[in-house]
Design a binder for this molecule. Structure first.
Ligand SMILES: CC(C)(COP(=O)(O)OP(=O)(O)OC[C@H]1O[C@@H](n2cnc3c(N)ncnc32)[C@H](O)[C@@H]1OP(=O)(O)O)[C@@H](O)C(=O)NCCC(=O)NCCS
Length: 138
C-alpha cells in the first residue's frame, strides 16, 4: 500500500487511470494518515446474485483503501470508505454506475467491506460488490 502511494498514484493521476484521495493530519498536511483510490471500470455480472442485469455493467473500482498502521482503530477507515462512496454517488448521479467493486487483499480486508454491505461474488470470494442502489438506501 505504501509503495503504491509512493510510486503509482501520481502516475495514475497524470494518465487519468485513477484518482487518489488522502487524509492528512490537521497539524501536518504532509503526514498521510490514510488514502483511497477510485477508477472507472466495467464488470461481468457472473456470480452476482439475483438481480437481472446485462452481462457487463459499469462500475467504480475501489482500487485501494488503507489507513496508516499507527492510526487504525480510530474510525478513519470508515470515514475514508464513506467519503469514497459519496464520491461514487456523485459520479453515479452524473453518468450511471451500477456498483462499486473491490478486490480484497485477504479475508480480513473482505470482512471490513462486508460490514458495510458489500457481498462476495459467488465465483470469487475476495471480489466484492456493493450496488449503488444499496448505497443510496443507507
Ligand atoms: C481495513 C482498514 C482500512 C480498517 O481501517 P480502520 O481505520 O482501522 O477502521 P475503523 O477504525 O474505521 O473501523 C470501522 C469499523 O470497522 C471495523 N473493522 C475494522 N477492520 C475490520 C476488519 N478487518 N474486519 C471487520 N471489521 C473491521 C471496526 O471494528 C469498526 O467497527 P465498529 O465501529 O463497529 O467498532 C485498515 O485496517 C487497513 O488499512 N488495513 C490494511 C489495508 C487493507 O486491508 N485495506 C483494505 C483494502 S483491500
Amino acid at each position: 500500500m505504501n509503495d503504491w502511494l509512493r510510486n503509482v498514484a501520481s502516475q495514475h493521476q497524470k494518465k487519468n487511470l485513477s484518482r487518489t484521495y488522502v487524509a492528512t493530519a490537521s497539524d501536518d498536511p504532509q503526514a498521510i494518515l490514510g488514502y483511497y483510490a477510485l477508477a472507472a471500470t466495467s464488470v461481468e455480472t457472473d456470480g452476482m446474485p439475483s438481480v437481472k442485469l446485462p452481462r457487463n455493467v459499469s462500475a467504480v473500482l475501489l482500487a485501494r483503501l488503507a489507513v496508516d498502521t499507527q492510526h487504525t482503530g480510530q474510525g478513519l477507515g470508515e470515514y475514508l470508505l464513506m467519503h469514497a462512496l459519496d464520491t461514487v454517488l456523485m459520479t453515479a448521479g452524473a453518468i450511471g454506475v451500477q456498483c462499486v467493486i473491490v478486490d480484497a487483499v485477504d479475508d480480513n480486508a473482505a470482512a471490513f467491506y462486508k460490514k458495510y454491505g458489500s457481498e462476495a461474488f459467488t465465483i470469487a470470494p475476495l471480489r466484492l460488490f456493493l450496488p449503488v442502489a444499496t448505497i443510496k438506501q443507507a
